[in-house]
Design a protein around this ligand. Structure first.
Ligand code: NDP
Length: 327
């Protein structure tokens, strides 16, 4: 038997409660993991609140990410005692996830916990931080260097934005953070922000196909009208990594920044990210993300706190990263 946060649906309403579950209820998979920590991503907030039709079958154990120790494995790459990380692959939405003491998944989805990284830090990173690393790597693959000019991070005080800010600052980039929360300014400065702007200044497009060239690159967690407003401000041959939709998923813009400035929009997907790129990103995180800065982003939580925090993250009220301590 193991403890889990279980979602049940009745009359179209989703409710969450801590339940005791029998191990033989776990889904198919070749690796079973004793989960020590999980986390809270924006998508977890949607699942906890029954939004976006992400979960089609109840009862359901959410939790998009987890870290833990392998207890049983018939997969060639893993044996009992190995420390492993899972992010993505629709675990926690299409399959039972990490808000439980035990999880069972396909070994092909797991990454070994990198040497020198603690399980707590792995979940402080989680899908949001891993996606931030993928975005930085995509920008660098498109010629972005610290000499190119300032980089804009939107939704900066959220999970993805916080980790992106800390990585970029460590790598020597000049980071401008956009946030709607004045109370996070000191926090963002400490993560390495060179400049902070209010999100209202970049949330409405000017209406012109091109604006003054302002940003060498951008990591965007907000999407919608913010992406449309920033795109015409990207410098010649600069790139914008489109990661999120916290502010909306519609994009109304023109092709002029692509045609006259050679600007790129780089789509970032963490869920089905190929294994080679996944491993490279986790290795880079051990090198490029200062762990003391990561510590400053962490809010510790228990399974019991998740229904409340799941609402808070959808309201844009979670600062940085939540680490859920499970076992
Ligand atoms: P968070 O909620 O932690 O961060 C989102 C931030 O966006 C908030 O903290 C807030 O920042 C800002 N924000 C929230 N609502 C609005 C709004 N209405 N208008 C403008 N800004 C807003 O979420 P995560 O960091 O976990 O995820 C961020 C986004 O990235 C989500 O949309 C998520 O779905 C997406 N994502 C995508 C992945 C992928 O594979 N592509 C993987 C992980 C996440 P502030 O208060 O600083 O303004």
């Amino acid at each position: 038997m193991f403890k889990a946060l279980m979602l049940r649906e009745a009359d179209g309403k989703v409710t969450a409660a801590i339940e005791t579950v029998a191990e033989d209820q776990l889904p198919e998979g070749d690796v079973t993991v004793q989960v020590s920590h999980s986390t809270l991503n924006y998508k977890d907030g949607m699942v906890l609140n029954g939004l976006g039709r992400l979960v089609r079958q109840y009862p359901h154990i959410p939790g998009v990410d987890f870290v833990g120790v392998v207890t049983q494995s018939s997969h060639a790459n893993f044996k009992a005692g190995d420390k492993v990380i899972l992010t993505g692959w629709r675990v926690g939405e299409a399959r039972w996830g990490g808000y439980a003491e035990l999880a069972r998944v396909k070994g092909d989805w797991l990454v070994k916990l990198p040497d020198g990284m603690t399980p707590r830090h792995a979940m402080a990173i989680g899908t949001a931080g891993f996606t931030a690393m993928l975005a930085v790597m995509a920008l660098q693959a498109h010629e972005l260097t610290p000499e190119s000019g300032p980089i804009l991070v939107t939704g900066a005080a959220g999970g993805l934005g916080s980790v992106a800010t800390a990585i970029l600052a460590k790598l020597g980039y000049s980071v401008t953070c956009s946030t709607g929360r004045a109370e996070t300014h000191a926090y963002l400065k400490d993560l390495g922000a060179a400049e902070i702007i209010d999100r209202s200044t970049i949330s409405t497009p000017s209406g012109k196909p091109l604006d003054g060239e302002r940003w060498a690159g951008a990591i965007d967690a907000v999407g919608g009208s913010t992406l449309a407003a920033v795109l015409p401000q990207i410098k010649y041959r600069g790139s914008m990594a489109s990661c999120g939709l916290a502010g909306g998923n519609k994009l109304e813009t023109t092709v002029i920044p692509f045609l006259l400035r050679g600007v790129n929009i780089l789509g970032i997907d963490s869920v089905q990210c190929p294994m080679k790129l996944r491993q490279e990103a986790w290795t880079r995180l051990t090198r490029d993300l200062p762990m003391d800065k990561l510590d400053s982003t962490i809010e510790a939580a228990k399974l019991e706190d998740l229904p409340r925090l799941g609402k808070a993250i959808l309201d844009g009220k979670v600062r940085g990263r939540v680490v859920v301590e499970i076992g």
